[in-house]
Ligand binder design. Sequence first.
Ligand SMILES: Cc1ncc(COP(=O)(O)O)c(C=O)c1O
Length: 411
Amino acid sequence: MLKEVAERLKDNYPYGDPLYAGQMLKPPHDVARRAYEMALKINPNNHALDGGRASSAMEKEAVAALARMIGWDTHLGHLCSGGTMANLEALWVAGQLDPGKTVLASTQAHYTHQRIAGVLGLPFETIPCDRRGRMDLQALEQRLAAGGVGTVVATLGTTATGAVDPLDAIVELRSQYDFRIHADAAYGGYFVLVSTMTEETRRAFDRIAEAASVVIDPHKHGLQPYGCGCVLFRDPSVGRLYRHESPYTYFTSTELHLGEISLECSRPGAAAVALWATQRLFPLVRNGEFAQGLAKGRAAALELYERLRKDGRFVTGTAPELDILVWAPRARRISQASALSQRIFAEAAQRQLHLAIVTLPVQLIDVQDMERDGDTIVCLRSVLMKPEHRAWTDRIWAILDAATSAAVGRR
Ligand SMILES: Cc1ncc(COP(=O)(O)O)c(C=O)c1O
């Protein structure tokens, strides 16, 4: 039967390979896999201390390390299944504190925010982006001035392009307007440890500690298996909002059970053990070994960006802020470029280079003299998350070059 499982699992992309440079997929570190497997032998449940004593303690330590990484000595937080659940919890707290008030996020924020606001019954509006895919400050200020805003979601690393909203300037707006800031750093949070970003991007990360809540996904950049998101609150007293009287769950200890501060009940203790072990191996220090791995992915993105810019066959957006790169082939019309992107994607895949596709507002790409026969353009997208991508840029470029020639030849 396991042979059958192995057969079925063959139907996948080679996610761990450096030539897989498509979606947000980064292999978990070996230490995370092994620690997870060790814990799985016990299969602890981090809802109550009764279900996972050691793994609950490890979760508290691992989460405290993430809070310290963003500059908080005190916090309330826990792991959860991923970025969606973590953002849901942050907006649930926001809605409890400011019932009925509007949640704002940029047009490039993850679609989950709008859906979550719907689930929570909170009004939701989008703020347009500038041509770099960052929340437009003027538009934000205008909307704040109109009133009724409870929370602004600042995305530190948008899903499509890795753009970083100007959190520093958003924080400054709090001197004039009363609103709460939630930082969705599900993708980019760990970049707070990296010093090779532009000054502008750095300025946004430097103010992350001033957000009321922050989401970081260890299962994206933190070398963890799926099922590991994290939500953090600056004010530990929001824990009161979770209060419930469960007569059957907590009986072995008067210490804090993580289920008392979490919306989810049962949660895998193994995920906490894996994260704890990984953080022991790679302490979350600025410019440390782990941060250098992130910097390598970013260097790969910048290197490929420069090549794309110098090559007349392509158009790009502004330089990547993190390690996500988007570009499109140049054509006479936008619609032709979009069709060609799809063909390059397929030709690259045939040559074992796995890219992604993203449809973007045309303003985000410097389309130059292309005829604008549409508002959106289908682009190629590459998430260069693996440190190995740095050493593979020549090979990636060579395949992209061949795939582009083949796609153009077939036109
Ligand atoms: C910025 C951002 N927020 C939230 C999410 C949702 O996270 P998850 O897929 O872990 O639920 C993602 C996923 O890509 C993301 O990039």
